[in-house]
Design a binder for this molecule. Sequence first.
Ligand SMILES: [Zn+2]
Length: 505
Amino acid sequence: MKFDVIIGLEVHAQLQTNTKIFCGCATDFTPDSPNVRTCPVCLGLPGALPVLNQRAFELAVIAALGLRCQIAPFTKWDRKQYFYPDLPKGYQISQYDLPFSFSGLVEIPADPAVAGEENALRQVRIIRAHLEDDAGKNVHDESGRGSDSQVDLNRAGTPLVEIVTEPDLRSAREARLLLEEIRLLLLYLGVSDCNMQEGNLRCDANINLHIHHDSGLTTKTPIVEIKNLNSFRFLEQACEYEIDRQLKTYGTMTEIHDRTKRTYGFDPARGITFEQRSKEEAADYRYFPDPDLVPVTVTREQVAHWETLVPERPQDRRRRYHSAMGLTPYDASVIIEQGRPFADFFENIVAHGADPKQAANWLTQDIQRILNERKCGINEFPVPAELVGLILAKVSEKSLTLKAAREALDLLVERSEEQSVSAATLDQIIQERGLAIVQDDSLLKEIIQKVIEKNPKPVADYLGGKPAAAGSLLGQVMREARGADPQVVKGLVTAALDALKFADS
Ligand SMILES: [Zn+2]
């Protein structure tokens, strides 16, 4: 059966403000103390008046600019009315017809299974990003003993940016890739911590199929909105299950009469989607402009200023690491997915003379190993990026072997326990340990001569026809001339011994 999968996402991200969007209550995560972060405004008490948190608005604009959206010069607030125990106001403050931003674009790798080729890109259009306040949380007793359900309003009134995409995604995998890309972008922008366990990033997926029948007829299945997916895996699983379910339900129908949009949930334990209700239409919410809040006007100068606060997007960095620095797309992605401080560290190493490929290897292997051992992030790495760059620059100049460079790094990490480390510490370590590649053959020849004089037995063995005896001499020379290139030493030792052989005969 031929069919196209049509998916669009609505992504909700909590903005990283200290206080809620319309009151001064703190937004920190306090699951063990319910209802302590509340006031008359977020409790919805009569007469309490909301005031917009300017920081929430700015963070939302930065998010929208990161998504390449246009910023509206005029935007207002609307009440979206519905009843639920975790919504004491009886309405959510959201944005209906005049969102603060619209018409953006995000690019992700296209699913090869759908695109029919590797490395194709999928352009996902963003319809709009708007601001709204979050609801509280209903806490149900799950002990089975039938205790009461309770409501925690600590979350009520925290600022959310909702990002709505066009239905441009063509598979469950692409849905996951888009959510991953949006998360990465919001993290790079510094507007949300995107902590999915705490529910700070979650999404709804709108999904239906266009089924192409042999007769040439195409039927469109009714749209299902799967609510509240709070992990990448759940999003992908829920979409896969739903594609399958719609195929089984509608696959052979050439006419579908009931086209009502429906709201589904996802049960991760059973891996299935299930119907919750038929979807409300916008009219059911009786949207109307919130009379308690003034509209917001934004000038071009303000937008220009906010533009300057948008750093290079992950997708642009990825492209630059590949095209300008020569990393494979895979290596570029590995670095970028570790987060902005990690990527910044990488760029700093390269800026201080390291070869980009070598820097990428070091960062994802040697430095990552040290970070794992010390259970810390790149921000706490004790050796500054400049110094790591300096070590790798010495490798590129062939004044350190890669092995000696690793030893120098380990020693720098060790010394950093007692003192702050600098280029002088590095030089000291290289000198003390004799790590520098010995460039001067005459010095090496001197060492070899001494070793030969001190070891008549292996020398005699070698001359007597046991080439393996050279090994112990080689080892001793390497210990004396630590930074020396083993291949060079081997050549010189053999030459010195062979010279003795000829002198003998
Ligand atoms: Zn409050």
